[in-house]
Write a protein that binds this ligand. Sequence first.
Ligand code: ADP
Ligand code: MG
Length: 894
Amino acid sequence: MKYWNVSVEKALEELDTRVKEGLSVQEARRRLDEHGANAYQQAKPESVASMVLRQFKDVANIILLVAAALSLALAVREGHGYLEPLVIFAIIVLNMTLAVTQERGAERALEALQNLNSPSCLVLRGGARLEIDTADVVCGDVLLLKTGDFVAADARLVEAIGLSVDESSLTGESEPVEKDASVLIEDDVPIGDRLNMVFSGCLVTAGNAKAVICATGMQTEMGKIAGYLNNTQKLQTPLQRRLNRVSRTLSAIAAAAAAALLAGGLRQGEEFWAMVLAAVSLGVAAVPETLQLIVTLTLTQGIKNMAGKRALIRKLPAVETLGSTSVICSDKTGTLTQNCMSVQRAWVSGSAPVAVSEEAVAGPVCELIHKLSLASNATLEPDGEGGERIVGDATESAILRLLLSSGEACGQLEERMPRVGEVPFSSARKMMTSVHALPEGGYLVLTKGAFDRIPFAAVDEATLAERRAMHDAFAGDALRVIALGSRRVEGLPQSGNLEELEGDLTFEGIIGLIDPPRPEAAKAIQTARRAGIRTVMITGDHAATAAAIARQIGLIGDGGTVITGRQLQAMSDEELVDNVRDYSVYARVSPEDKIRIVEAWQERGEVVAMTGDGVNDAPALKAADVGVAMGQAGTEVAKAAADMVLIDDNFATIVEAVREGRNVFSNIKRTIYFLLVCNLSEIVVMLGAQLAGWGMPLTPVMLLLINVLGDGVPGLRLAQDVSDGRIMGRKPIGRQESFFAGGLVRVIAQQTLAFTVVSMLAFWLGAFVWLPGGAGPSLLVGRTMCFLVVAFTSVLHIFTVRSRASVFKRTVRDNLPLVWSAVGIIAVLSVLALVAPLGAIFGLVPLGPASWACVFGLSLVPTLVAEVVKLWDNRSESEHYRRLLLRHRNVGEE
Ligand code: ADP
Ligand code: MG
């Protein structure tokens, strides 16, 4: 069926639906079941087999396989059984299974979040406007479109007011197409010429419309373009790429060390195969098998935590950029304030301003409210549960609410003076105009908006001064001011351009609306400030209103200055860059100004988060390091351009997301600290013991056991760790800040040294010193003791890396899985060593009580060393904090 060839009536009949009510809810559900979701076919998810294959591309796994192959070769040559190669293979399989299952889990979690992120649209069902998932739209649904929406599916227009649609993604045509519901097209024209249709995935750039859906999912024109829409994200962020470098460096060090060992040993006339085995063991020791995995999990966990705090990540790199954010530019209305407006005061010339309360709207003010509501687009809609609710913009809803509470029935005025045209509100113009046909003939023009933008008729100085004074008084009390101008005309402009009517308007009056700050806003701004993050408020409201709100939330002190859009436009880009630090509040700005603000801060090297909701905000959201869209008030365009969506539109949520972003970075640092100490000390122990001529302290199997079980399993739990409060007491993480910044290299070196000393000592004691109660010194006893000490110290190390504070200060209750997995691993490894037949598989022998005492004693040493170092560091750090805090306090008082 070519719906562009037929009349609206025919289309509706064909689709078996009605314009006024849309489909019934039951019928819509039936059609959804019958025809399926309105979605494009997704690329098939990666199969398990290909995931496993991908594992073999990893250097770490290749080294492990080489180790296994060599061990097999050795076993064949020496004929001493295949146990060792088998165990190595088993551990490799375990490692890969762990990797694949965890990765899949992470991907599933992300998918679930993507679904939360899914776009929605407005349809009529059973006579009510419902916001539904785009995927649930069916043929016959009546779709309501407004500026900033993406079209949910292909649809035949029923009515359209000033509608233009950007169809570039479909036709390549960059100019928006002006649509017309009333034209009837006779022929089979190309997509771009079907003026009475709108197409799935295209963007409404202006106007609004009602359309009936006639094709969904793969039947849409967009769906027919195969393969075009599969842009599934892979979990690969700049941070991960940097980590890959760390991994590769470590592997290179290992390879070099192994080669050195081999060469040195052979020169000393050691047996070839023994040296090969030693070299391979060294390779195994150095590979941080679980690093990549832990980092993937940390990122996923970060995204999950953010979602739990009502911030949805749309683009993965945002997780880490958030941690580096140093400036947050936030809209005022709805983000810092509640977007829950109510009319507080009204004034018409010739009388005193009146405090408006629900019951007492009378006299001339009453007429003002009537006209304002006539000029509003907020409407009363059934809420689907038998009641009614107000739908529309917060400002206009407040006007309608006041009108209703004063006992006026909605719609009566509209019937007497039907609206014949409209110039929609835009944040750039800050006003809107509606034109109404009068019963006695002629038209009434109503323009409502910012007092300083409406072109009122000229009046004498005194009157003007009086109006201005009244406006400033309203605005000074943090009220948003809406002014109304009116005019009667006999006819409408020939050109059809209603903007021509906006001039010479009679001043009707002003109202002041209150929009209280969100209760969390002041505290969040303070938290941000303590964390070295500057908050900047951006609003279209008047400077006085903006300043009053800014004072209430502690953004500026009593003498703080506000810059207006006009001043901003008078400034060159260079000037703005030079002075941008001086401004915390931008008033009367247009969305177009936002991009300059972002770029000025970026020019100064700051990492900028910027909020936005409208179509015109999209460029600024893209330009910002973290574009943040509003989940409730935001247009689909803004959401599509954003890196993150705030479900609750709340400023405090951004600050929470920053905390999570920092936590992700810290967790990765913790992971590196944790794994690097374990792996580096293993390399040094292996090399050292060989060079000392003591023999091989750990076999490849033992090393694998330690790296995969001992480090890996509790290490995975590190991904869920949360940082303590101090994380928001530090400066933002530099964009290129190394993982090793902040003294990490030093503590890694200290701990590696401690690890090495105790492990070597354990090996030496077991191999050469007679300990009471045991079987006497031997290589096997030495290995067993070394194995246990290395494994135990590694597991205990996890508690050291959790915090810069003492292990005793950090409660373990906030990460019980970590504690349990650590305890579990220690238990499992002890059992291995205690049960002789089991231990034999891994080359372990039973130990006497004195040896066990040595093992436990030595294992505690590195943790104790770390404690002493922390004690020392924290003494100087707390001094540093005191100074930092003092400085911040002074900044706040500026
Ligand atoms: P913000 O982004 O802070 O909400 P806007 O650009 O939306 O700022 O609004 C700026 C000014 O435009 C307001 O101070 C008010 O005077 C006027 N205004 C806001 N909403 C409307 C509306 N629905 N109709 C007419 N004027 C409006
Ligand atoms: Mg607004």
